[in-house]
Design a protein around this ligand. Structure first.
Ligand SMILES: NC(=O)c1ccc[n+]([C@@H]2O[C@H](COP(=O)([O-])OP(=O)(O)OC[C@H]3O[C@@H](n4cnc5c(N)ncnc54)[C@H](OP(=O)(O)O)[C@@H]3O)[C@@H](O)[C@H]2O)c1
Length: 414
């Protein structure tokens, strides 16, 4: 583990620790830090704009985890996205800043900038492709010059997809050429719930989807070569025999993140790129009709500022209980094509925020010298970054099922 110094006293600072997600991260980090084997313990702190709220978060975590020392041993740093100096002071104190302040399109850039300028590595849990790709465009070179890592999407978006593909790849001797993933979300009796900031990210992301297309043109990338049989896009809605329900394309950041990882691996490591399509299950015909009606209304409303205001105002009254999170789980099923035989792999992943944190702090193992990196680029050489957490079974369960029923054509046999 990279050492902390008196001027940079923390391995990790959780910024936005008072948020809905930040609180879970605090508890997970507290648990992992307590469970870490001897040697130099993880030194971490919480940060945010309200000292009082941060104190409450630590108190709550202390009660929940029966760790009273959290209220006395964990430092609090007050920093506000709108006050540049406060961000600089925060970034000068930590080796890694884990940024949970979103929506990132509104609040993310000052934190990335402060990290790069003050030499702190940056991690977030962003699921907004536009923010992630814009940061790559604008900060990659600066981050590289300073030897700083900026790693986005280290949450549900998009570790299961990104690392799931890399994991899948390592299960076969042949060349993995394509993956189709199917996300299946199961909720408890009271249903599932997203939080306000996530909802706002979706509303403003959809409203601004044209800018993403323009942004991508600025990279000037050549298309990645297609290895094996080309995978054709399926329809907007279809019945998936794979997960036995209707599915639609998954509109989160997974395809963006996976594509950037695959490009990195192809251009810098000469790996064969994997084609990727992501879908999400919506259930039976009744759920599909409901989603279609709701989706049309949503699509119409996000186009207008009044509609966006209404959408984001209405949801602020939604209550978010821990039980929504604990009773909701997801599985990602990955169906793959390889060049020498066809096998079906099912990958089921849950909860992964702590993944990159552990890896990032383990600084000596970094393969490159900074820049905007996707999770895998950091985890190069290790079988899976997830293993660093020390609870692989809990985080990732993978079952190869050598059955037929391969939905995608298998490419040339080597
Ligand atoms: N990738 C994933 O799987 C995943 C999962 C969950 C969430 N997310 C994303 O994570 C982000 C946070 O979500 P959330 O549900 O936790 O949101 P949230 O509950 O609204 O929390 C937002 C956090 O940002 C802080 N904040 C807001 N403005 C700030 C400012 N000017 N300066 C400093 N801190 C500020 C808030 O502080 P106060 O407490 O002081 O208001 C709070 O701690 C969203 O963008 C969401 O989409 C991603």
């Amino acid at each position: 583990m990279a050492s902390v110094t008196s001027s940079r006293p923390f391995h990790l600072i959780i910024f936005g620790a008072s948020g809905f997600t930040g609180q879970f991260v605090v508890q997970e980090v507290a648990r992992c830090a307590a469970e870490s084997p001897g040697g130099s313990p993880l030194k971490w702190a919480v940060a945010g704009r309200s000292r009082q709220r941060l104190e409450e978060v630590l108190k709550h975590a202390a009660e929940r985890l029966s760790m009273p020392e959290l209220t006395t041993d964990i430092d609090i740093i007050v920093a506000d996205v709108s006050i540049e100096e406060s961000l600089s002071i925060m970034c000068q104190q930590g080796l890694v800043i884990l940024n949970c302040v979103g929506p990132y399109r509104f609040y993310g850039e000052p934190v990335v900038k402060a990290c790069v300028e003050n030499g702190a590595h940056y991690i977030d849990i962003c699921g907004e492709p536009q923010f992630l790709e814009r940061m790559q465009l604008e900060y990659h070179t600066k981050a590289l010059d300073r030897g700083v890592y900026v790693i986005g999407s280290c949450g549900f978006d998009s570790i299961p997809a990104d690392l799931g593909i890399l994991y899948t790849n390592r299960q076969f001797r042949g060349t993995l050429t394509a993956v189709e993933s199917f996300l299946n979300i199961s909720s408890g009796p009271k249903g599932a719930s997203g939080h306000d900031a996530t909802w706002q990210s979706a509303v403003y992301g959809f409203a601004d989807s044209r800018s993403l297309r323009q942004l991508r043109k600025k990279f000037g990338h050549k298309p990645l070569p297609v290895v094996g049989a080309k995978v054709h896009k399926r329809g907007f809605v279809f019945f998936s025999k794979e997960i036995e329900q209707y599915v639609i394309p998954f509109m989160g950041s997974d395809p963006s993140v996976v594509k950037r990882t695959q490009r990195f691996l192809y251009e810098e490591e000469h790996h064969s790129p994997v084609q990727y399509s992501a879908y999400v299950g919506v259930g039976g015909i009744f759920s599909l009709v409901k989603l279609f009606c709701g989706g049309l209304l949503f699509w119409f409303m996000v186009k207008f500022s009044l509609g966006r205001r209404l959408l984001t105002t209405v949801t602020t009254s939604v209550t978010h209980h821990r039980h929504y999170v604990t009773s909701t789980f997801f599985a990602v099923f990955m169906f793959c094509s390889i060049t020498h035989s066809g096998e079906l792999v099912i990958t089921s992943v849950r909860n992964n925020v702590s993944v990159s944190v552990n890896k990032m702090v383990d600084h000596e193992q970094s393969p490159a010298k900074g820049g905007i990196r996707i999770q895998e680029c950091y985890g190069k050489g290790t079988p899976l970054v997830l293993t660093k957490v020390g609870c692989l079974d809990d985080v990732l369960r993978v079952r190869p099922l050598c059955q037929g029923d391969l939905k995608m054509s298998v490419g040339r046999v080597q």
